[in-house]
Design a protein around this ligand. Structure first.
Ligand code: SF4
Length: 437
């Protein structure tokens, strides 16, 4: 018996797919890439962007024919797309051949839903209130050695006006520090070399506890564990990313000097309309402090173009912030309205304007990324080898502490090893070099 999970969206979803894979493997299913061989196909969905949602629906639709030929094929749709108001009903109507629909907070029901389906019962189960933890008892089939993703919290309290996440993933719930640390120890004992802590807003970890435990407590507890490993986290929010986080990063060698700090816009007016609760000056002051305390840091960001009300002046402020900060890389995207969010009701910017702005922004950031890459030529950097690089035969690739992708000639047995690499060339954000003996 085989399964295939199609994952859309963020790192959080990739990790939730690992948990569902764990459930399926415990039930006796094996992974396959071949959909025609799969007995269970799971769509782990994302509703953060409109185009992802359309792509998912297209891919579900394609399975209609397959389902006509194979009545025993089980199709499950799970994740945050199903959690939107009325979405489960719409999915059932559009794609009546779907067997199982689950929400974000009840993925642990996957096993019972599959067992019920094999006995002829369809399952639709969407919690109205996403307050449950999802990984208390779920087995995990990790797919990303030498990196292990570990959830530290779920949900978000921030209600940025463009974002659907708080509506589909509920309020913030932090996992107990003892549970997180136990997971980290377990991964390290299995040979994982990099731990990435996951949450929608990791810096507010513990704000739902009564005992003063916070994100800095958690980072410090993990950083003092024995053995050589790297610690990363995502995502941070500038309103909560304070000096105490920067200090613990700067003082612990195994916490990577790599900060992903989404800015979204360089205009304080737009940041206010987005309900981000920081302004341009505050963001720039955090960057200044990070650079002062961690001179070799790699800083990346998310930038959104075309938010309602964004004028040419606002956009110019974004460009000037990008010039000033000089991010090592950035995820740049065009705003698209999400039904049910306040920004969807605001007056929208024409597509042509958004297209022109994103093109300008991407060109600027690419030039900066290339300039920063050039400064690495001739340097020797420590790289944790993560995978083969399928684009270049006979090579493997990994990351520097600051998050740069580096490719070197080598064989898969290097995966999981820390190596010293002399950088010889680059292609935009990617670096190329040779391992030093
Ligand atoms: S911080 Fe804002 S953008 Fe991030 S998940 Fe929460 S509401 Fe969405």
């Amino acid at each position: 018996m085989y399964y295939k999970i199609k994952t859309y969206g963020c790192q959080m979803n990739l990790h939730e797919s690992e948990k569902m894979a764990g459930v399926l493997e415990k039930m006796g299913y094996s992974p396959t890439e071949d959909e025609t061989q799969a007995n269970v196909i799971v769509f782990n969905t994302c509703c953060v962007r409109d185009n992802a949602e359309r792509r998912i629906q297209g891919n579900i639709g394609i399975l209609k024919q397959e389902k006509l030929h194979r009545k025993d094929l089980i199709i499950a749709v799970v994740g945050c797309m199903t959690q939107q108001s009325g979405a489960a009903e719409l999915l059932k109507k559009k794609f009546p051949f779907i067997d199982i629909v689950l929400g974000t907070a009840n993925l642990d029901q996957l096993e019972s839903a599959i067992v019920a389906r094999t006995k002829g019962k369809k399952t639709v189960s969407i919690p109205q209130d996403s307050t449950m933890d999802v990984d208390k008892t779920m087995p995990i089939a990790r797919t990303s050695y030498p990196n292990a993703w570990i959830n530290i919290m779920y949900g978000c309290n921030n209600f940025c006006t463009y974002c659907i996440v708080p509506y589909v993933r509920g309020r913030e719930r932090s996992r107990a520090i003892a549970d997180v640390v136990a997971d980290v120890k377990n991964c390290l004992s299995q040979g994982y070399k990099e731990i990435t802590l996951l949450g929608q807003n990791v810096d507010s970890y513990g704000s739902d506890f009564q005992d003063g435990t916070d994100f800095v407590t958690l980072l410090s507890e993990i950083a003092k564990l024995e053995g050589k490993f790297r610690l990363r986290f995502m995502s941070s929010h500038p309103k909560d990313f304070d000096s105490s986080v920067i200090d613990v990063m700067a003082s612990c060698d195994n916490i990577c000097n790599n900060v992903h700090l989404p800015v979204q816009s360089g205009s304080s007016k737009i940041l206010k309309a987005m309900n981000r609760r920081y302004d341009r000056e505050k963001y720039l002051s955090i960057i200044k402090e990070i650079r002062a305390k961690m001179p070799s840091v790699g800083i990346t960001t998310d930038i959104m173009i075309g938010f309602p009300g964004e004028t040419e002046e606002d956009f110019e402020e974004t460009l000037s912030l990008v010039r000033e900060v000089r991010f090592s890389n950035a995820f740049m995207f065009v705003y698209s309205p999400r039904k049910g969010t306040p920004a969807a009701k605001m007056e929208q910017i024409p597509q042509a304007v958004k297209k022109e702005r994103i093109t300008k922004l991407v060109a600027l950031q690419n030039a900066i990324t290339k300039e920063i890459s050039d400064t690495y030529i001739g340097k020797v950097l420590e790289v944790l080898i993560e995978d083969v690089n399928p684009k270049h035969e006979g090579t493997v690739c990994g990351r520097t502490e600051s998050g740069r992708l580096v490719t070197v000639p080598g064989s898969p047995d290097l995966i999981g090893q820390f190596v010293k690499v002399k950088i010889a060339a680059n292609q935009s954000a990617s670096l190329f070099g040779e391992i030093e003996e």
